[in-house]
Write a protein of this length. Structure first.
Length: 297
């Protein structure tokens, strides 16, 4: 029978620390280096089967528990995984609202932990802060929900694209959408001044961008608690609405998102479906459908 949740004993077995404050970066790096960069698939769920790396942070949820695991060292990049919940079916798009906030607070802690690593293998980008941190999610139709947090040595492609956008337009994507976006493509407004809209020329089906109003700059940890609360709420509701809409249309319930944030950047989240997801209608219809699912009138 397929296990539908991660046995607490498996988490305890892999526990390196309960809180990030209790572990040092060198230990995490060494643990990552010991793990294969690409794990073999096989079996119904690798996470439920306990095939994850040392656990360095745990968060109690209303239902189940979330944890942060050391995943791998991929070339010069260190990868951590945030497991949304020990319960296989629960993810950021379906957990209770308070749990979504707890997950984002845990992501901010992981980001700060990596940024302050002090390890010369990662270049200092601003005083006291090393490397480039990526936070993203890829949700498969039936996969166990996780978020990936990567400490990159070199600027990753999404960062180069955002910098190119800023060089071309003089502002980040968030400011650009705030001033040039079309009002009718607004999907919703959330706590902390967070806003979500579909871009007028989306590159993928159901592409949606969430940003802070008024403008903010910096990393996830630099946002106010209220802004992170709003971001968690927006991501939870929008991805929940997207999943429902994909299911209604008989499409694969797969999507991904990426947080674009860091020194000098305007934090925003871009939600997309895979290239293979093709629909006949466009932004206006998507906004209408998503709004209906999140109950915005
Ligand atoms: Zn699972």
């Amino acid at each position: 029978m397929t296990p539908r949740q991660i046995d607490p004993a498996l988490v305890a077995e892999q526990r390196l620390a309960d809180r990030l404050q209790a572990v040092d970066f060198a230990t995490v790096r060494a643990a990552a280096a010991e793990r294969p960069a690409r794990l073999q698939h096989g079996g119904p769920c690798r996470w439920c089967a306990g095939r994850f790396g040392p656990v360095i942070d745990t968060t109690e949820l209303v239902r189940g528990r979330s944890f942060l695991a050391v995943h791998a060292l991929r070339g010069p990049d260190l990868v951590l995984k945030q497991v949304s919940s020990t319960r296989h079916r629960d993810d950021l798009d379906s957990v209770p609202p308070m749990d979504a906030i707890a997950l984002f607070e845990a992501l901010a802690r992981a980001e700060s932990f990596l940024a302050s690593c002090g390890d010369p293998a990662w270049p200092e980008v601003v005083p006291g802060r090393r490397g480039h941190i990526a936070i993203c999610k890829r949700r498969g139709a039936r996969s166990h929900g996780t978020q990936t947090i990567t400490l990159h040595r070199d600027p990753p492609p999404w960062l180069l694209r955002e910098r190119a956008f800023m060089a071309r337009h003089g502002v980040g994507r968030a400011s650009w959408l705030e001033t040039r976006g079309r009002a009718e493509l607004l999907v919703g407004e959330f706590r902390g001044g967070l806003v979500a809209a579909v871009p007028a020329e989306p590159k993928r089906a159901f592409e949606t961008v969430i940003w802070c109003r008024p403008g903010a700059t910096g990393a996830l940890a630099d946002l106010s608690g209220n802004q992170r609360w709003g971001l968690a709420q927006a991501v939870r509701e929008l991805t929940g609405a997207l999943r429902l809409e994909l299911s209604v249309r008989g499409l694969s319930e797969s999507y991904g998102w990426r947080l674009v944030a860091g020194p000098g950047l305007e934090p925003h989240v871009r939600i997309v479906t895979p290239r293979a997801t093709v629909v006949r209608d466009g932004p206006a219809e998507w906004v209408d459908r998503l709004r209906r699912h999140i109950g915005v009138e």
